[in-house]
Ligand binder design. Sequence first.
Ligand code: PMP
Length: 369
Amino acid sequence: MLGTARSTLGVGENVTRLVPYRPGKPIEEVKRELGLTDVIKLASNENPLGPSALAVQAIRAAAEQVSLYPEGSCHELRGALAAHLGVPGDHLTIGNGSDEIIQLLGLVFLEPGDEVVQAHPSFVRYESAATLNGADCVKVPLRDWAHDLPAMADRITARTRLVFVANPNNPTGTMVTHSEVVRLADAIPDRAVLVMDEAYHEYVERADYPDTLKLVREGRNLVVLRTFSKIHGLAGLRVGYGIARPEITGYLNQVREPFNVNLVAQAAAVAALRDAEHPRRSREVNAAGRRQFYATLDALGLAYAPSEANFVWMDVGRECGLVFQYLLRGGVITRTGDIFGADTWLRVTVGTPEQNERFLGLLKEVVGQ
Ligand code: PMP
């Protein structure tokens, strides 16, 4: 449990010990710093195809209306999502990115001395939610870069309030199956909630991926997180949502800000849901890109985790910071694994075939040195 020491300004340890999120390096910053003109970012798992044309149209139309507050209830988007998912509208909490839902989960469920269980390495915002609320974060090592759900279940105690599982996992891209998740859900006590973070679920190709909406319908203590930032290509607008039974979404809605999802974002998300072709093509381009990555990694004899997401976690076999710098000088921004103690690993987002080729060409050069 965090102590009660306060800064000279009176700020508590829950804030002073918070590790700020380190986003992928912005393209413009790299251009400025290295004097480059052509830079690509394969560092933040964004959609290389951009947003759907229907979403862009809706964004243009919504621009005329931004003197108005958005609908606080996200009425139209809620209805569209409910129809899309086949759940009642009261099963949804919509947020300023799924990041906000993670923060709301912390606010609703965590008090000082409580525990959060998560994997390591996994998405860093779970620990932030714990720290901010004075809770302890119990980190369970991955096994073969995948969640070890039985080991996580073993770490659940009477103090556990939230159990986070990113599926597929970030940064490793691995997934857990339906039966594994059911076993974990069975181990969740009455006073705790399982959070299945499915930010990348649309990219998954395996048939044994969990049907978590079925588990929500069963009335379990479960929140499923999804986002418009990845396959829908709307990361810059910030829309994500949680799916859970109304008792849970009710609390999340109770603590969120009244206008947490902006008007343009709501319009774009509604339009994105009308476009089935854009996610289909995005999935196809991504699956082909993963195969393109694997072919070169295999040829170079480099290890990688099998990815069900839009990025690949790879062992470049030498200090990842050096490889990162080499790629950066070639105009390709990636993410290093050293923040997780994986000192020779990189996480690289799958791009267009041309972007992938550019990255793989540089990788061949640096590994061949
Ligand atoms: N969960 C996971 C596993 C992620 O990788 C991300 C994006 N980095 C998020 C949640 C947050 O996504 P957003 O806030 O853009 O919806």
